[in-house]
Ligand binder design. Structure first.
Ligand code: ZN
Length: 206
């Protein structure tokens, strides 16, 4: 599996959001939708997009979702019961940048995460990790963990938003400690390895 990290360019790249393109042969999946569509298309090198997996529905992770949906004939996976985030600036957190952002996404394109997903040749374990947001997930694909805004190389996601929960965050960090992975690919900043993630988690929980 090839993993390509594409940095978002909106707000002059200040969010440093990572969109990931995963490719196996002629098949691809995309994790999050912050990067420019042209950059995603270049990274695909002709591979067919089978699905778009969203780590959580904050504006910076879905900034270009409407363009992706136009370009790719693929479903989007989100956590059940959270589709209202597309249309609510408190829940998609766009209020933070003084915007009232609405994302026009047809219900027909939405799929709910299950604990395991098999999409083409991609086998995905889905871990529900609320805390930063109520709809946060971490995705384990082969030995790689896509950790969204739950845990970064050098810190954890903020828990002072409308649907955040400190208590949930602690439980989610405990859950991540039990996952076997080699490398982590967070929603922002650098990718890293399991040892660094465990060290980061140890600052926040025992
Ligand atoms: Zn977020």
């Amino acid at each position: 599996m090839k993993i390509k990290t594409i940095k978002s360019k909106f707000m002059r790249g200040s969010f440093d959001q990572n969109t990931y393109v995963l490719i196996k042969g002629k098949e691809a999946i995309i994790i999050d939708a912050g990067a420019e569509i042209e950059d995603v298309k270049n990274a695909l090198q002709g591979a067919k997009v089978l699905a778009i997996l969203i780590t959580h529905l904050h504006f910076d992770h879905i900034w270009n979702i409407e363009k992706y949906l136009k370009e790719f004939d693929a479903d989007i996976f989100i956590v059940s019961g959270h589709q209202n985030y597309f249309d609510d600036s408190k829940l998609n957190a766009s209020f933070m940048i003084r915007k009232d952002m609405h994302f026009n996404v047809s219900e027909k394109r939405l799929k709910n995460y299950a604990k395991k997903l098999n999409i083409g040749s991609f086998n995905i374990d889905v871990f529900f990790t609320p805390g930063h947001s109520a709809d946060s997930v971490c995705l384990l694909i082969e030995n790689d963990l896509f950790s969204g805004d739950t845990v970064f190389d050098d810190g954890i996601g903020r828990t002072d938003l409308f649907d955040s929960s400190n208590e949930d965050m602690k439980n989610s960090l405990k859950l991540i400690k039990t996952i076997n992975f080699d490398f982590a690919y967070p929603g922002h900043f650098n990718s890293t390895d399991r040892a660094k993630i465990l060290k980061t988690i140890s600052y926040y929980i025992d």
